[in-house]
Ligand binder design. Structure first.
Ligand code: G16
Length: 549
């Protein structure tokens, strides 16, 4: 059989639900929906992965099957480009179009058209690696992907269960192996060894204080963290005293259920199962371990959240200090990238206290990551805990070639060098970010309360509103998702509502990962933030009901 017949035969095996054709969309983090509806989409993403690799002369492309923070019955699929970054945005439209082909023949035609229009040599080699999280539907979807890769003649490697950031790491390592930009060993062991060695170097002369309770959302982060721990110094050796909770991957229904980073961030409370006492340092990962938030209960038993904004400010100030101590203060420009969900107080703290520039982008790591590369050291985090730090090639060279002029400079340089390995620079990585935070807290002799005291968050509330059709909610270009263009007149109503609250700020935007509109609100008091969010949610519901008819 020729490749066209192979593609058609595979496609016939994995037909899309007829009522969804035309509605599939490559969103914030690839395709995400009920897992039962995803077979055809995964098959078609497999075709695109092969095309992408062929276009890039056989460089390895990644495919991750995960729905991250979504409920257990969902799943999703996204593509990873050769340096471990998100799929180039112009290709998202190609993914969407292939996913929406309404017949096997049309799928082949569109595949061939893409090859023609993008000048892809279909005889070029293709290499694809993939992995999945712990969802029950994952192995079936891997089967759909493999069918597509076989049909296109791509070479493929199954990395089986992995966190999303591990797959990003494997992709980059595979493509840089043997080059001067070698990123590490493209194996699970290589990943742990790299983080473990970097952590030890960064912690030289330093010790953590107190333990860390890690809620793994009953997802893939649990078993992977258990593995990573084997490569870290023990608590007695000055390492972290890690207590892993919510790491049951055998009951798929427990994934992200009343636990995990999204639960903690949205509900602004610890998982109900938490037994942590006052001042115990806790953190929660999400279902595929690419997000992390920290928290603790203070002396009055009040829940205190240390979210992505807090990790960004902690990391930016620490790296800025280290650069100055290393004598590189004027050679490394550090900047912070946030989204509209960043707390207003965090933005002010970065600009006014840390005196660092801030860029605001639309939601989605792909946007933040891209903006972060404009700095020598770009610290990007979404408030939900998704983020990392990227060092430019010239920053890496500066750090690795600088000759220290004093023991203090040597120490700072050594720590800075270790951070460049400890931080997963391909994408936000909860395990790597967890170690980064622990290193910083140890260096600064900080407890969570000290970390929290750097600024006071404006009271805020995040809500999810279900509407008949979230696509009716379109944001205005150039507003970093702070304003809606559609439905008509909705933004006027939101603006009028916000004006009633002193220091009020609120916006609504369609989620790219869930069938909902998210509403964020900030105001002077907790009660006012709740009130503003509820009022804006009511406006969204009202317009959503009309627009969706
Ligand atoms: C994904 C994206 C994040 C985004 C989140 C929510 O996270 O990678 O950048 O913040 O979805 O996006 P939305 O508000 O569009 O639903 P994850 O952890 O679910 O992969």
């Amino acid at each position: 059989m020729g490749y066209e017949d192979e593609i058609k035969a595979g496609s016939a095996k994995h037909a899309p639900p007829a009522d969804l054709v035309g509605k599939f969309q490559y969103g914030t983090a690839g395709f995400r929906m009920k897992a039962k509806d995803l077979d055809a989409v995964v098959y078609r993403v497999g075709l695109l992965a092969a095309l992408r690799s062929k276009k890039l002369n056989g460089q390895t492309v990644g495919v991750m099957i995960t729905a991250s923070h979504n409920p257990p019955e969902d799943n999703g699929v996204k593509l990873v480009d050769p340096m471990g970054e998100m799929l180039e945005s112009s290709w998202e439209a190609y993914a969407t179009s292939l996913a929406n082909a309404d017949s096997d023949q049309q799928l082949v035609d569109w595949y061939n058209n893409l090859a023609k229009n993008l000048r892809i040599n279909l005889d070029a080699p293709a290499k694809v690696i993939y992995a999945r999280d712990t969802r029950a539907s994952g192995s079936r979807l891997v089967g759909c992907l493999q069918d597509a890769l076989s049909a296109t003649g791509a070479q493929y490697t199954d990395f089986k269960l992995a966190t999303t950031p591990q797959l990003h790491y494997y992709v980059r390592c595979t493509n840089t192996k043997g080059t001067q930009d070698e990123y590490g060993e493209p194996t699970e062991k290589g990943y742990y060894e790299k983080l473990g060695a970097a952590f030890k170097q960064a912690m030289e002369h330093h010790k953590t204080s107190g333990g860390l309770v890690v809620d793994c959302a009953n997802g893939v982060g649990g078993p992977k963290l258990r593995e990573l721990v084997k490569y870290l110094p023990t608590a007695a050796e000055g390492g972290i005293d890690i207590k892993i909770v919510n790491d049951d991957v055998h009951k798929p229904d427990t994934l992200n259920s009343s636990c995990g980073a999204d639960y903690v961030k949205v509900n602004q409370r610890a998982p109900p199962s938490s037994k942590a006492g006052a001042n115990d340092r806790c953190c929660s990962l999400d279902g595929d371990a690419d997000r992390i938030v920290f928290y603790f209960l203070d002396e009055k038993n009040t829940f205190r959240l240390l979210d992505g904004d807090r990790i960004a400010t902690l990391a930016a100030s620490f790296i800025g200090d280290l650069a100055r101590q290393a004598g590189l203060g004027d050679k490394l420009n550090v900047g912070v990238v946030q989204t509209a969900y960043a707390n207003g107080a965090a933005t002010m703290y970065v600009e006014n206290n840390l005196k660092l520039p801030v860029i605001c982008t639309p939601t989605g790591v792909k946007h933040l990551h891209h903006a972060a590369t404009r700095f020598d050291v770009g610290v990007y985090f979404e408030a939900n805990g998704h983020g990392t730090v990227v060092f430019s090639p010239s920053a890496l060279k500066t750090i690795h070639t600088c000759q220290p002029e004093s023991p203090a400079q040597a120490d700072a340089l050594s720590t800075l060098g270790a951070l460049t390995d400890l931080i997963n620079q391909t994408v936000g990585d909860a395990l790597s970010d967890m170690l980064l935070v622990e290193v910083i807290l140890a260096h600064k002799h900080y407890r969570c309360a000290d970390w929290l005291s750097s600024y006071t968050d404006l009271p805020n509330r995040l809500l999810k509103v279900e509407v008949p059709d979230r696509n009716q909610f379109q944001t205005q270009e150039g507003t970093a998702e702070r304003k809606l263009a559609q439905p008509q007149r909705i933004q006027d109503e939101i603006d009028k509502m916000v004006a009633k609250f002193s220091n009020g700020r609120s916006f609504a935007r369609a989620s790219g990962t869930e069938n909902a509109v998210r509403v964020y609100a900030e105001a002077n008091t907790r009660a006012e933030a709740d009130d503003l969010a509820a009022n804006v949610a009511a406006i969204v519901k009202k317009f959503g009901a009309v627009a969706g008819m």
